[in-house]
Design a protein around this ligand. Structure first.
Ligand code: FE2
Length: 429
């Protein structure tokens, strides 16, 4: 067998040790010992080889804009939305595209090779972002799957131009229908926006991903309407609710009825731990609510959950770095998923579970699937989260797109022999 790239001795997420043979853009074989003539052979023994990271919730039209035109002083969601309203008036299509491409460089370097980005479709100013991100989607397609969501940030019914701009964005090739029912003027308008947007998705055969109930108000129940419309229109498995933070504060009896409905409709959930823990509870004194939705409870009902990043250096968030291990780390802590199975699941929620939510074809480490993967300086998925492990090699569709040497720290401590140290753990975590 003649192949292009052979990775030897890597540890797969399930713990198996295997060689991976890559031919063209596909995985040719995975096995204990592959004998083949390879264009390049790389020893990855002792290192974790994972399918690439996936971010199912992002805002690429706003990323890397921190400080423009000013900083979010209160740190709240609502000041962020107001600040975004100012930014979108002054930023140009070229600026948006340049920032997004810079961000895609960061993402590829971190093994983040699939991103679902919302793009504002509220008004004419926002359409600069639509055009810019359609250009970026095309530019990066060899190494990043960029899926775009038409997102009427200012409210589908609240903003007079949102319906027209959202439909135009979908006509231009934006992939998914979004919404923001909790930001409409009334609960009734919120419900109506969910119905109208789901009907648009059903007519066009598209997926749905709505910002849904991103509030601490326990009576914000648009997820119920989203699940209902999913059932009514037969959109099972094609719909996601992002954030769902109000569920943190809902009455337990109501949630015991709600979660089976969400499960029946096969609506996925996309919490965004970094942002939820930062933005929610802002109106509380003490105790302050965490605001993250009920992740372990959803998993018990069989609801698919993927963790998103949401923001990097933008009007809503002044940190983050395209590192989905940061996202998993925060989600694990805030959801208190500290059992071995819970921690492992947090890794899946930034890889395979989010890939399933995005409907990515040919994702995963199996023969015949796309040869996209990341090699991490860790022995297991949980260790990768604990260390927010360095990415040593990133392969996208069979091509090496990022590479660095493993360099343990050299230590010269008084009274101790000079040596190197790394923080890998020889135990079984
Ligand atoms: Fe968002």
């Amino acid at each position: 067998m003649r192949i292009d790239l052979l990775l030897t001795g890597g540890t797969l997420p399930d713990g198996d040790v295997a060689d991976i043979a890559i031919s063209g853009s596909r995985i040719a074989a995975i096995g204990a010992k592959i004998e083949a003539e390879a264009g390049e052979t790389i020893d990855v023994s002792g290192l974790l080889v994972s399918p690439p990271f996936v971010d199912p919730h992002f805002h690429m039209d706003a990323t890397l804009s921190y400080g423009r035109p000013r900083i979010n002083e209160s740190g709240t969601l609502l000041e962020g939305i107001a600040l975004w309203g100012e930014l979108k008036q002054v930023q140009t299509e070229e600026e948006i595209a340049a920032r997004a491409l810079d961000y895609c460089d960061w993402a590829a370097a971190m093994g983040l090779l699939a991103i679902r980005s919302h793009v504002d479709t509220s008004d004419e100013a926002a359409m600069k972002g639509v055009r810019a991100l359609l250009h970026v989607r095309e530019t990066v397609k060899a190494y990043i799957d960029l899926q775009l969501v038409a997102f009427p940030q200012d409210g589908f019914l609240r903003s007079p131009s949102a319906r027209d701009c959202t439909l135009r964005a979908l006509d231009l090739g934006v992939d998914v229908v979004g919404g923001i029912p909790h930001f409409e003027r009334t609960m009734a308008d919120g419900r109506r926006s969910v119905s109208l947007l789901c009907e648009i998705a059903a007519e066009r055969g598209l997926m749905v991903d709505m910002h849904c109930d991103e509030t601490d108000d326990p009576l914000s129940r648009h997820i119920e309407q989203l699940a209902y419309e999913t059932q009514r229109l037969g959109l099972h498995g094609r719909v996601a609710g992002s954030h769902l933070t109000s569920m943190h504060s809902m009455d337990n009896y109501y949630v015991s009825k709600l979660l089976p409905l969400v499960a029946e409709a096969r609506v996925a959930a996309i919490p965004n731990p970094l942002i939820n823990i930062t933005l929610q509870g802002r109106h509380d004194s003490y105790p302050k609510r965490r605001g993250l939705t009920r992740v372990p409870e959803m998993l018990k009902y069989g609801i698919r959950v993927g963790f998103g990043q949401d923001c990097v250096l933008d009007p809503w968030y002044s940190l983050s770095s395209a590192d989905m291990l940061d996202v998993a780390h925060m989600g694990l802590h805030v959801a208190q998923m500290t059992s071995p199975a819970g921690m492992r699941r947090c890794f899946d929620m930034v890889t395979s579970e989010s890939a399933a939510i995005m409907g990515l074809a040919d994702y995963g480490l199996e023969p015949g699937k796309r040869a996209s993967l990341v090699v991490l300086d860790a022995g297991t998925p949980v260790e990768a989260i604990r260390l927010r492990a360095d990415r040593l090699l990133v392969v996208a569709n069979g091509r090496i797109v990022a590479r660095r040497d493993r360099q343990p720290m050299r230590m010269s401590l008084p009274g101790r022999a000079t040596r190197t140290v790394d923080r890998r753990f020889a135990g079984s975590v």
